[in-house]
Design a protein around this ligand. Structure first.
Ligand SMILES: CC(C)(COP(=O)(O)OP(=O)(O)OC[C@H]1O[C@@H](n2cnc3c(N)ncnc32)[C@H](O)[C@@H]1OP(=O)(O)O)[C@@H](O)C(=O)NCCC(=O)NCCS
Length: 283
């Protein structure tokens, strides 16, 4: 069992080589090259001849639960290469990672093949909710320029907004997760990052006649409704949110369960009100 942090290039390479063997579409190389692997991210890997064969990673999180900040961990990249499954290796990696969390709460977003795996480690499933609003709008005003997280200055700007700015939701969210958001961009999974102003950046794009707003990074409140025309290139009739929009769109309604979230928690009580943990903060 080897604990891998940001400082060891050879071990980081072993971890990066492991990931695509288990997760078809995920890659950590570009994200690592961007220098986004910091002290908050640690991988607990089982190495065989220098090759990582099983792993459980954790990201230290500044969670927010009903406005209260809680130091917690989020698990990710849990797996075992196909040739080594069924030998207790993922269990060993999970146990090592959990031990390093002590009594701190742990959350994770799973997938439908492992719904009976995490309860073996004390995790319980929790429901996540989708939020949407009816809203008709036409394009207007100067389109919000797109920002490229491949540029170090943009990454630094997002890090500052994420740690110093307003959390997108306080019901069940987090602060300072720009290195998670950048992972999505490094893998080309993120919606475009659009700049509404110096201190107001949003991940958003239009599909059909719906504007999807995945996250809002802002230093202070602003009128998101007034900025919608700058985020769209065709008329829209609705908006979907990647987070609980109690702050940014109080009139939004729960729009059913997020059936693809597969949230599990350990040692944490979530709000009774419906919530959606920010999409860009999932590891
Ligand atoms: C799920 C996975 C991590 C299991 O790895 P593994 O090394 O074969 O697991 P282990 O041998 O350590 O099994 C540990 C325990 O979990 C059980 N288990 C294994 N896979 C399971 C699954 N998919 N669902 C439920 N239980 C499972 C084992 O029976 C074992 O039980 P026991 O310790 O009580 O005897 C592996 O199949 C994998 O990498 N899957 C693809 C990646 C993935 O989806 N990861 C989860 C991301 S959220």
């Amino acid at each position: 069992m080897t604990e891998i942090g940001p400082g060891d290039a050879a071990l980081k390479t072993a971890f990066c080589d492991y990931v695509p063997q288990v997760f078809r579409k995920a890659d950590f190389r570009r994200w690592t090259d961007w220098g986004e692997w910091n002290d908050d991210y640690r991988a607990f890997s089982i190495l065989e001849d220098g090759r990582a064969v099983a792993n459980a990673s954790l990201m230290r999180m500044r969670l927010l639960v009903e406005g209260r900040e809680v130091t917690a961990f989020q698990f990710g990249a849990v797996g075992c290469v196909p040739s080594h499954r069924g030998r207790g290796l993922a269990r060993a990696a999970m146990e090592a990672a959990l031990e390093s969390c002590g009594d701190a709460p742990v959350i994770l977003f799973a997938n439908k093949t492992v719904l009976d795996f995490y309860p073996r480690f004390g995790f319980v499933p929790e429901r996540e909710t989708l939020f949407a609003a009816r809203h008709e709008a036409m394009p207007g005003g100067p389109p919000a320029p797109s920002l490229d997280l491949a540029e170090p200055a943009v990454r630094a700007g997002l890090a500052a907004l994420s740690s110093e700015g307003l959390p997108v939701t306080e019901r069940f969210g987090a602060r300072a997760y720009s290195t998670i958001a950048s992972w999505y961009e490094a893998n080309k999974f993120a919606r475009p990052l659009r700049r509404l102003g110096d201190d107001a950046w949003v991940f958003a794009s239009v599909e059909g006649d719906t504007l999807y707003i995945d996250d809002v990074f802002a230093r202070r409140p602003f009128d998101l409704r007034a900025e919608i025309p700058r985020l769209i290139d065709r008329p829209i009739t609705s908006i979907q949110f990647g987070f609980t929009p109690e702050r940014w769109w109080p009139g939004a309604e729960p729009a059913g369960e997020d059936t693809e979230a597969y949230l599990f928690v350990r040692g944490l009580t979530l709000p009774r009100e419906p919530h959606r943990f920010p999409a860009m903060a999932h590891t």
